[in-house]
Write a protein that binds this ligand. Structure first.
Ligand code: SAM
Length: 257
């Protein structure tokens, strides 16, 4: 169909057929999977997914695209949800789901944080995102890409950087390089926090002022005795701490306050 891409909806449509095929291969759709595609757009991934799946759910905000989809796809094989994914209730679909999407880059972090709340329901997720975001997701401590996103996602997910995707694979081409990532919720959390809200609070405070020492950023939360009890050097910065150490701090605070 004739469609002018809408910048406000982050519309960069995949056009590189060889790349699309390799993404589908990485996803490995099985006929009976319950799969949800976020932002199907003009169907670059939807079509090949439907070739392998009995059924697919799509969540799309753009009404023009929805109207076209309703006429284009055979009724029955596709459930079309005309909603903002940030408000979409994934629970209505099924107890266990797989999630895929070439995400609208302008809201990629809010989408990731929303899905983090649903990890018990999620089997796996495959996403196209800005390369820089995927690098932050998978980053190791003491690297420049390591930050709040890395810690909060790695707490719940095992992640794999799959492939770098150049701007020319899209129309219109985005200004930045992209990457495809696989995220699988940990079956058992490697480092469970006894109070997850407190864990999130500690991570937020620590990375609030990235260049400052933990002694400064965690002032009011953790004192010298606490740092000593945890054997963590208060002169370090947030970027030097592992997920396990963030959990240790929040579990210490949960137990002592
Ligand atoms: N999957 C298509 C492809 O690969 O060519 C389109 C990907 S495009 C990067 C992002 C898609 O997400 C667009 O179709 C856009 O309309 C849709 N979208 C943007 N914001 C959304 C939102 N808040 N909720 C649901 N869909 C959204």
């Amino acid at each position: 169909m004739k469609h002018l891409p809408k910048k406000r909806f982050g519309q960069n449509f995949l056009i590189d057929q060889a790349m699309i095929q390799s993404l589908i291969q990485a996803i490995q759709p099985q006929p009976n999977d319950v799969m949800v595609e976020i932002g199907p757009g003009l169907g670059a991934m939807t079509q090949p997914l439907l070739k392998q799946l009995n059924h697919l759910h799509v969540v799309e905000i753009d009404r023009d695209i929805i109207t076209w989809m309703q006429g284009y796809y055979p009724a029955g094989q596709l459930s079309i949800h005309n909603q903002d994914v940030l408000k979409f209730d994934f629970q209505v679909i099924a107890p266990r789901i797989r999630v895929v999407g070439n995400l609208p880059y302008n809201i990629s972090s809010p989408i990731l944080f929303k899905l983090l709340e649903n990890t018990a329901q999620i089997i796996d997720m495959h996403f196209m995102l800005q390369k820089e975001v995927v690098e932050r997701m998978v980053a190791a401590p003491s690297t420049s890409a390591y930050g709040r996103l890395s810690v909060m996602l790695q707490y719940r997910l095992q992640m794999e950087y799959l492939v770098t995707v150049p701007p020319e694979s899209f129309d219109p081409p985005p200004k930045v390089e992209s990457a495809f990532v696989r995220c699988i919720p940990h079956a058992q959390l490697p480092f469970p926090a006894t109070n997850e809200a407190l864990f999130a609070k500690v991570v937020l405070a620590a990375f609030g002022q990235r260049r400052k020492t933990l002694r400064n950023t965690l002032k009011g939360l953790l004192d010298d005795t606490g740092f000593a009890a945890l054997a963590i050097d208060s002169q370090l910065r947030a970027e030097n701490l592992s997920v396990a150490q963030f959990v240790a701090i929040s579990n210490f605070l949960a137990a002592t306050h």
